[in-house]
Ligand binder design. Structure first.
Ligand code: GLN
Ligand code: ZN
Length: 770
């Protein structure tokens, strides 16, 4: 019989039990042993779900109280010495200190924060490959030593065995673990730690073997990246060494084609190989050619990154061609860990029955494996009902008029090349806009959002619960907008914003108003730690039935003679932060959204809004894992942005905003977006990242952020003056704007007003110097 297994399972629980337990623990309301009990209970339930679906193994080692990479830091004994833990500090409390920093910095938001004043700021977080999950980054120096330092994994294995499960343990492989870390010492190369690290992995594997574990899944997702030769070449000797003492190893790769690593992956001395047959189905033939028949081939046939129900016939056809070529054992699995999809559809109350029938979350995906295996092994009779239901759902989705709309198709068919170009080149637009707005040099503005106070969130919740009617809600939001306008006027800002009080989230707000998007009630996925997100589900052709922001923005403009900047989320970001269609290319979905945003931009202009910002913080996140894919992606992403921005007259000023600090490798494409003004995050890099813009001679206007909004600390005027002086040496001062790094929604009003007052004062100082 063909075996079925999963690479990993969501850890939050059906109702985010882990999130709530963690937050209670951090507030001091749940002690350590009670938290451990919650973890043990969740693991037991998740293993049982795997058992109920007939999986041949339960997967152990995928659970983590915060992050699986952090678990490995403790397992391998490489907690950074800067934490300076007391000898008797319990493992779990050290773990949370590494994950969250210490109380002295409690006011500092974790997300994206990479620095601090003393030794106990949290480990840096960064994105796990191209997912929206964030892992904690291991820190390495020449002094790093490894040693088997935690028994947590072995205890979990024992727990599963006691419950009567057959265990497959999972580890992040040594090369991926090192690769995902960062050097914290100049001139040091973390690769040099490999020889020290491998013996500790050997110890871990030996111990698992002693426990009777037959298979260990070694995740080496970096085989899907463009690797330096030294790293590629190290795989073979590493796995020779590991295989000596180990249980059977299943080397797992996912997220990306193996490409130049395909042969290498097939020839490593391991007992089995898992490949992502959803992301790289075209590689299956080559894999069958290179993988010897005595090895297990685990085919990642069910999409672990998306929420769609598997088309059983397409999957079976693919498996049949694999079986015809690979004479060895086949296993079936999701393409990657199910960490990246929500728990189950069972508790889903918000989606309609038809849409629900098109979906499969983690638990449903386990059962898809069971059905596929039955048919594949010739026992179709036992799953006839489930197979018929799956086929019917696939057929209904394929033919549904909710998915395929003639009007949307027609509109895209009518597009012409010039749709993505403004009428006049930037210099001409700049002249027209300068005449129109007559802004002072170094104009001041903000990125869009103002504090989302408890009162605002309360009003929105009351409106959603039906306790506040539409008029009441509108009045409350208008009052907030007016407050924000008056405060900005008093501060002396030059270009105002309405403050985004009405927005729960910058993607959800638009998704809720666009055709083609649906929202689940319970479709949570872990983003980092206890933080979960509920991505919108893009299921159908996108259209904008009615204006989405015009009424709020026009109201804000009616309150003031100063220019009011309209505020939209761009097509790439909306796509990137949603579950997206798998029945058409991402580029087409992005372009559909772009046309809907363009409608909004045009309507804002018609309502008298002369400056419109289209936020694209996620452009960089969408970059494919392999360089070979960059060009096509960037071409489509920048074209989508330009489509959204190009429906307006030259005298209308388009802004964009991006929240990150690495541009150098994509500057030509950023310039090709041709936004009249781009605002970026630069304060934490001390304006260093602006240098790239200068060297590149970036032609349009730029607002390099002058203060970090992640901290409640109020920056003083001198610091901002210093940063802007530095900026002015790199970029022509005539093209500079003055603004914070990002939106202010997570801040409170007092610190926001104080910081902006200093920022306006800084701009005045600088104007005198010009
Ligand atoms: N306009 C958004 C805000 O100010 C931008 C946030 C973002 O790009 N992340 O909140
Ligand atoms: Zn930002």
């Amino acid at each position: 019989m063909t075996a079925i297994h999963t690479l990993g399972f969501p850890r939050m629980g059906a109702h985010r039990e882990l999130k709530f337990a963690l937050e209670q623990h951090w507030r001091g309301e749940l002690d350590r042993s009670a938290l451990e009990a919650v973890g043990a209970d969740l693991r037991a339930q998740h293993w049982q779900a795997q058992r109920d679906a007939g999986l041949d193994f339960v997967t152990v080692g995928d659970f983590a109280f915060y992050d699986q990479v952090a678990n490995h830091i403790q397992l391998l004994g490489c907690e950074p010495p800067r934490f300076d833990f007391a000898g008797d500090e319990p493992e779990l409390s050290r773990y949370f200190t590494m994950a969250r920093g210490v109380a002295a910095e409690a006011g500092h938001d974790h997300a994206g924060c990479t620095h601090g004043d003393h030794g106990s700021f949290a480990l840096e977080m960064t994105k796990w490959f191209d997912t929206n999950y964030h892992y904690l980054v291991p820190e390495f120096t020449s002094a790093t030593r490894f040693g088997l330092a935690s028994v947590r994994l072995f205890d979990e294995v024992a727990q599963a065995q006691q419950a009567g499960h057959r265990v497959k343990a999972v580890l992040l492989g040594p090369l991926s673990f090192l690769w995902l870390g960062k050097e914290k010492e100049g001139g040091f190369d973390r690769f040099s730690l490999l020889d020290q690290l491998v013996p500790v992995y050997e110890q871990v594997l030996r111990r698992l073997k002693q426990q009777g574990v037959e298979w260990v899944q070694m995740d080496e997702p970096i085989l899907g990246l463009d690797l330096p030769d030294a790293w590629r070449h190290a795989f073979e000797r590493t796995y020779w060494q590991l295989a000596r003492s180990a249980p059977k190893l299943l080397l797992a790769t996912y997220f990306s084609p193996l490409a130049d690593n395909l042969r290498l992956a097939c020839q490593l001395p391991v007992a089995g190989l898992h490949v992502d047959a959803v992301r790289a189905p075209e590689e299956l033939t080559g894999i069958c050619d290179w993988l010897s028949a005595h090895k297990v081939l685990s085919v990642g046939i069910v999409d672990g990154r998306n929420i769609w129900r598997t088309d059983p016939d397409a999957a079976l056809a693919r498996l049949a061609t694999v079986a015809a070529k690979h004479k060895g054992e086949l296993w079936l699995a999701p393409s990657c860990s199910l960490l990246h999809v929500p728990f189950s559809l069972a508790a889903e109350a918000r989606l309609d029955a038809e849409l629900k029938s098109w979906l499969a979350f983690a638990v449903e995906k386990l059962h898809e494996l069971r059905v596929l295996r039955a048919v594949f092994d010739g026992d179709e009779a036992s799953v006839q009902g489930e197979l018929a239901a799956a086929r019917a759902a696939i057929a209904s989705r394929r033919a549904s008029p909710r998915v395929h709309r003639a009007d949307v198709a027609l509109r895209l068919a009518r597009r012409v090349e010039s749709d993505d170009r403004r009428n006049a080149p930037f210099v001409e637009r700049q002249a027209l806009q300068r005449l129109r707005f007559a802004l002072p040099p170094l104009p001041t503005t903000t990125i869009g959002s103002f504090p989302q106070t408890a009162a605002i969130r309360g009003a929105r919740a009351a409106f959603k619960r039906g306790e506040l009617d539409a008029d009441g809600y509108r009045d409350r939001m208008r009052a907030e907008i007016e407050l924000a306008v008056r405060k900005q006027e008093a501060l002396g800002l030059d270009v105002l914003v309405h403050g985004e009080a009405e927005r729960n989230d910058m993607v959800e707000y638009f998704g809720e108003q666009l055709d083609g998007f649906a929202f689940s009630a319970n479709g949570w996925v872990q983003s980092y730690g206890s933080r979960c997100v509920k991505p919108p589900i893009l299921y159908g052709d996108v259209a904008r039935p009615a204006p989405m922001t015009v009424a709020w923005t026009a109201y804000a403009q009616s309150l003031t003679p100063l220019p009011m900047k309209g505020m939209l989320t761009g097509p790439v970001t909306i796509l990137q932060w949603s579950f997206v269609r798998d029945d058409q290319p991402r580029s087409l979905s992005t372009e559909q959204i772009a046309w809907a945003i363009r409608d909004e931009v045009v309507d804002l202009e018609a309502a008298g809004i002369g400056i419109i910002q289209i936020d694209e913080p996620a452009i960089r996140e969408g970059l494919p894992l392999r360089r070979a894919g960059w060009k096509a992606y960037l071409a489509s992403a920048t074209r989508a942005f330009r489509i959204s921005a190009s429906g307006v007259a030259d005298r209308t000023q388009i802004h964009t905003h991006m929240c990150y600090s690495e541009f150098n490798d994509i500057l030509p494409e950023i310039a090709a977006m041709d936004a009249d003004v781009i605002t970026i995050e630069t304060s934490r890099s001390d304006m260093e990242l602006l240098r790239g813009f200068g060297d590149f001679r970036y032609p349009n206007e730029i607002g390099p952020g002058v203060y970090d909004i992640h901290s409640p600390r109020v920056p003083d005027t001198d610091a901002m003056v210093r940063l802007m002086r530095k900026a002015a040496t790199v970029v022509p001062p005539a093209n500079l704007w003055v603004n914070p790094d990002c939106g202010l929604k997570t801040r409170g009003w007092p610190e926001t007003e104080a910081a902006l007052a200093n920022m306006v004062a800084a701009a005045k100082v600088l104007r005198r110097e010009l």
